[in-house]
Design a binder for this molecule. Structure first.
Ligand SMILES: [Zn+2]
Length: 1120
């Protein structure tokens, strides 16, 4: 033991001795020392080859071995010494991980090697052993030194290696390391272009083909090099011109056929990598189609599907096929909405004028350059973002950095005389309550617009018994006896038709939802429908809206995404191209063609959406049990579709039907993260289960091959559409089922609910409904005032009444966000309830509520806009009285309140969010906005009350669906015209919010893992009220003056428990896309060496003057 240790110490010290000997020789170089150096390096090499301890000794920092060796390499002119040293280095760097290589690189080893390489290539033939050593070392260096490629180019080493490859194609021993180095070089885009010009592509193809299982290592390196080279568009064009794409496909097929035991999956993957990069250019995609690439990759992939380890091949193939799938326009005469609503005044620069001034046939242009070639690689994994919900890439640019735009606007933009007209909507402030008489609050009938507003008269809301409510001769409604089932009755389910002419006599059983739903009444609903004005003049009623929806008393978990669903669906889509004869292509529903469907052979489903909030434009049967569905654009627009609501009939039970909505627009959706569509079965409803139910399997959402031209897309680059696909098995024969994006909530339903709510009024409740204005479509926009009647116990009840702070609430500016209406319903029901807290809340505030800011959009099945073709929540800065009446008058109400010193305590606009889970709020804070930017503004002089945080904090403590960590208080530029920001800046409401509710479900709290339902949404609305009640304690000046210091402490506490945000805090700056990417899509660029260092390239472009010491040395040596 001791002897051994001594021996090893002895040898270790021997190496150190040799090193110091070498160091001395380096210091005084003489020609006569050549032999000595040669001998010393030879001895060191021998020791190193035999003992790992010696290697450690040399590589250790303390010995300075690396410096001494490099210094010898730099100084020597002797070939044998050079070879010795290179051998030593190869031994050293082979083991010890990347650590030793790191030391080597940091001591300038890379430059020395490159200089040596270039220097020794000057007098050919080059010494083979030397070249072998140098390249073996460069391969190792390439793993550590990211700048190797650039250094090599600047040293003029690219062609040296390339020439070695060219002239040693049969000499595999030397070829392999040289190729490996070439692979590293070509990962740099500038190098790739230069190497391509020097004929590298052609050389790679000599190595790659024809198929042979010999030297697979070499083949793999050549393929990877080729793949890197093909990332350059210039090289890709060159390759296509030389006909390499069919060659690659042939080689891929050869490998597919011969690699039966799947031992060379990496090689097959590399071939696909080359094809993938080639098809990034338009020319490459064309060559791929011409070479029958779709069928080849489809067939090979289908054969690979059963073997899970071949997934990478299938995924890359699928990616290539999707990319090359010929772009198509939607099968529509125009993508403009089927329905047009003439506007009295069309601003020349507005979207409607632009849309209808577009040259004819603009829709026909399919923009093949869709995702432009430079960015295509990045966008193909479906991570692009659309304009209204900006993604992380653009979000930092979106933060408002202009401090003046964050400060409140102090000027009064409108003269008070103009605002005085709005006094009418605040009659409660001037009313003289006569406390001892029963009070009837005047309410205007909901059908009246502001023009023909009548003076307050008798209560119109009480139904008059002798007035015939309906003219529905075509339908006789009878209650079904308990427990009986009559299938014939169900078969006779006709449509609910409102006009009484020519309708078939149908016997309809109505589920007794009225008993279960206190605010629902089918008869009343029909009555409401009659005064609702739609652009298509609907005469039918959706059964779910008529019967009503009772919340399911059942948990509906968020679906787990099944691996490979998307792939399967995409393959089925690709099959259409490969086996076109299998496709029926039968149009079964078409709003553009009123004569459709022509005949009914009983084999196809029947579709319909001609009822309020319905949105289906066209249905095409593509296979026996598969349908493509197209949604209508928002009226007076050519896009904005995402919301859907339609009816399906004539189904066969027990069969799996696949539905594809093929013109969705958002780039991602919660349908990829466990959200299901909603279905309502009329048979189930009649049998006592009137529920919207989450349904569907094999759900996914992906970019498809339909696109529209950039002109039609309003100047944006041509956009692809997305497919939402889901599969449903119907339970009943001859059922009528409805599908919806989210729980429908129509305008007529709102009117019905308001009537029912007004009936809940008691002597304590002050409830008044006004018509704020008439919409473009001729519907009224209800405005509610809810508070408590003046109390009689107080000394001056009227003055208490009038001093109550105002809370201003609104919802449903975006028609597709029906969840916001359900939250609003919860709020309204709570406010009208008789609980002591509700009474206390009414006594604390005066509520001004606009439950539906966009009735026309809701009625006509729009997703985002009003009839002006515009997003109303982008009009708050400068609303136009004619084009945006609801926004104009809502803002006027707020301006009136401000002008009369009654600026609301809280403003909140309810919304729905399609891409996030939970419920959360957006608020406004100067400080938090400034903190998010790197603007050099001293934040010390910004005084800001932190009260805006209290309400979200309270909600997070009370409402199970609410998530504080998703809240954000940053003011974005793109949101400067939204209600939240304008009410904050212009009206001066500090607590101005957007409350966003998920369409999907929750990932925290009591409802974690569950999809959201109407009862959770309504509960949210009620919890919002309770939070307002608690907020009172923090805001009431009276109570604060009473020195309730503990309350102040509580507020401080509330604020402090939420940590002060910093730049990286996820709690204050929320990414819209907070879901992970899908496993099956991540594998797009699994190649190990395809990183291009853009910074590096940038440096090079900007700075031609060499600045590294390496370069000075090089030029010195060359000139000398
Ligand atoms: Zn919204």
């Amino acid at each position: 033991m001791n002897k051994l240790k001594m021996a090893s110490e002895k040898s270790a010290s021997r190496v150190l001795m040799l090193l110091s000997q070498l160091e001395r020789l380096n210091e005084e170089p003489k020609v006569s020392d050549n032999d000595a150096i040669r001998q010393t390096t030879g001895k060191i090499l021998h020791l190193i080859q035999t003992q790992e301890k010696t290697r450690k000794e040399v590589a250790s920092k303390s010995s300075g071995g690396m410096e001494i060796i490099l210094s010898s390499l730099e100084n020597t002119q002797d070939l044998q010494t050079t070879l010795n040293i290179l051998a030593i280095l190869n031994e050293l760097l082979t083991v010890g991980g990347g650590c030793r290589t790191g030391v080597f690189v940091s001591k300038g080893g890379t430059a020395l090697l490159l200089q040596l390489l270039v220097g020794s290539s000057k007098d050919p033939p080059a010494n083979e052993e030397l070249m072998l050593h140098i390249h073996s070392l460069l391969v190792k260096v390439g793993l550590k030194d990211r700048k190797l490629g650039v250094k090599a180019r600047l040293n003029g080493a690219l062609n040296v290696t390339l020439n070695l490859v060219k002239y040693n194609l049969q000499n595999h021993k030397l070829l392999l390391p040289c190729l490996q180095v070439l692979r590293v070089y070509s990962s740099n885009l500038v190098n790739a272009v230069s190497l391509g010009k020097s004929g590298t592509l052609e050389i790679m193809f000599e190595i790659i083909g024809p198929f042979s299982k010999k030297s697979t290592t070499l083949l793999k390196v050549a393929l990877d090099t080729l793949a890197s080279l093909l990332k350059s568009g210039m090289n890709a064009r060159r390759a296509v011109d030389r006909g390499y794409l069919p060659t690659l496909l042939t080689i891929y097929q050869d490998w597919h056929r011969n690699d039966t035991r799947h031992r060379h999956v990496v090689i097959r993957k590399s071939i696909l990598g080359c094809i993938k990069n080639l098809t990034n250019i338009k020319l490459g995609r064309k060559a791929f189609i011409d070479a029958n690439g779709m069928r080849i990759l489809y067939n090979t992939s289908t054969e690979c599907l059963p073997v899970r380890t071949l997934d990478p091949l299938v995924n890359t193939s699928s990616l290539i096929m999707r990319k090359c799938f010929p772009k198509n326009r939607l099968p529509l005469p125009t993508i403009k909405s089927v329905f047009h609503h003439p506007l009295l005044h069309i601003p020349a620069s507005g979207p409607v004028a632009k849309l209808y001034n577009q040259p004819p046939g603009v829709d026909d242009v399919v923009d093949e350059s869709d995702e432009n070639e430079a960015t295509e690689v990045d966008t193909e994994n479906d991570t692009e973002y659309d304009e209204d919900e900006t993604g992380p890439k653009t979000q930092n640019d979106d933060i408002e950095t202009d401090i003046n735009k964050l400060r409140p606007i102090q000027m009064n933009t409108r003269p008070f005389d103009e605002l005085r007209a709005y006094e009418y909507f605040f009659r409660e402030f001037s009313e003289n309550f006569e406390l001892h008489r029963p009070i009837i609050i005047p309410t205007t009938p909901s059908s009246l617009g502001p023009q023909n507003r009548r003076p307050p008269q008798e209560d119109l809301l009480t139904p008059k018994p002798d007035e015939s409510p309906l003219e529905l001769d075509s339908i006789s409604i009878s209650k079904r006896p308990e427990g009986t089932s009559d299938p014939d009755l169900v078969c006779s389910l006709g449509r609910l038709v409102l006009d009484d002419e020519g309708g078939e006599q149908a016997v309809l059983e109505v589920p007794d939802t009225a008993a279960l739903l206190p605010l629902h009444d089918p008869d009343l609903y029909l009555e409401m429908v009659k005064s609702t004005r739609s652009v298509p003049a609907y005469t039918e009623v959706g059964y779910p809206d008529y019967f009503g929806h009772v919340a399911l008393n059942l948990r509906e978990p968020i679906l787990e995404r099944v691996y490979g669903v998307q792939r399967t669906k995409i393959f089925q889509d690709i099959e259409r191209l490969i086996h076109p004869s299998d496709i029926l292509d039968k149009v079964v529903y078409d709003l553009d063609n009123q004569s459709c469907p022509v005949t009914d052979n009983g084999e196809s489903l029947k579709f319909n959406s001609k009822f309020e909030s319905g949105n289906l434009r066209k249905a095409i049967q593509v296979r026996k049990f598969e349908y493509d569905l197209i949604l209508n654009s928002d009226i007076n627009s050519n896009h904005y579709h995402q919301w859907f609501y339609f009816e399906v009939g004539n189904m066969r039970p027990g069969v799996r039907y696949r539905f594809n909505i093929i013109n969705c627009e958002k780039s991602n959706s919660q349908f990829n993260y466990g959200m299901q569509v909603l279905m309502y079965s009329v048979q189930d409803a009649i049998n006592g289960s009137p529920h919207w139910v989450r349904t569907g399997s094999d759900i996914c959402y992906y970019k498809n091959h339909f696109s529209r031209s950039s002109i039609a897309a309003g100047g944006q680059k041509g956009k692809s559409y997305f497919t939402l696909t889901f599969t449903v098995t119907f339970q009943h024969k001859d059922d009528v089922c409805y599908f919806a994006y989210h729980y429908p909530y129509t305008y007529s339903m709102l009117k019905m609910h308001l009537q029912k709510l007004s009936a809940l009024r008691t002597a304590q409740i002050y409830y008044r409904q006004d018509d704020l204005c008439e919409t473009l479509g001729g519907n009224s926009c209800p405005l509610l005032t809810i508070t408590a009647m003046p109390g009689s116990s107080s000394n001056d009840p009227i003055s208490q009444f009038r001093s109550r702070p105002v809370v201003f609430l609104s919802a449903r500016v975006h028609p597709g966000e029906t969840n916001s209406s359900w939250v609003m319903k919860g709020t309204l029901e709570y406010l009208m309830s008789c609980s002591p807290q509700a009474q206390s809340l009414r006594e604390s505030y005066i509520f001004k509520i606009i439950p539906m800011l966009n009735p026309d959009g809701v009625i006509n099945g729009n997703h985002r806009c009003s009839l002006s073709g515009e997003d109303l929540n982008r009009q708050w800065q400068n609303p136009n009285a004619e084009l945006h009446p609801t926004i104009y008058h809502a803002k006027s109400l707020l301006q009136y309140l401000r002008a009369t010193g009654r600026t609301p305590l809280v403003f909140c606009d309810y919304h729905g969010h399609s891409r996030k889970k939970n419920v959360f709020m957006y608020g406004c804070s100067i400080k938090e906005t400034v903190w998010q930017t790197n603007v050099n503004t001293s934040t010390c002089d910004l005084h800001e009350d932190l009260g805006y945080r209290t309400l979200p904090k309270l909600l997070s403590q009370m409402a199970p669906a609410f998530s504080l960590s998703s809240c954000s208080f940053v003011v974005e530029r793109s949101k400067e015209a939204t209600a939240r920001v304008v009410v904050w800046r212009e009206i001066g409401v500090q607590r101005s919010y957007t409350m966003e509710s998920t369409l999907c479900g929750c990932d925290q709290g009591k409802y974690k893992g569950l999809q959201i339902g109407t009862s959770e949404l309504e509960e949210m609305g009620a919890q919002f009220c309770l939070a307002l009640l608690r907020l009172k304690r923090f805001t009431s000046p009276l109570e604060l003056h009473n020195h309730n210091s503990h309350l102040l402490d509580m507020e401080t506490d509330l604020i402090e428990t939420r940590s002060i945000p910093n730049i990286t805090s996820p709690t204050t700056y929320v990414l819209e896309e907070d879901e992970p990417a899908f496993l099956e899509e991540v594998d797009y660029s699994a190649e190990s060496n395809d990183e291009i260092d853009p910074d590096l390239e940038h440096d090079l472009q900007d700075n031609h003057a060499p600045q590294t010491p390496i370069l000075t040395q090089t030029s010195g040596k060359e000139s000398g």
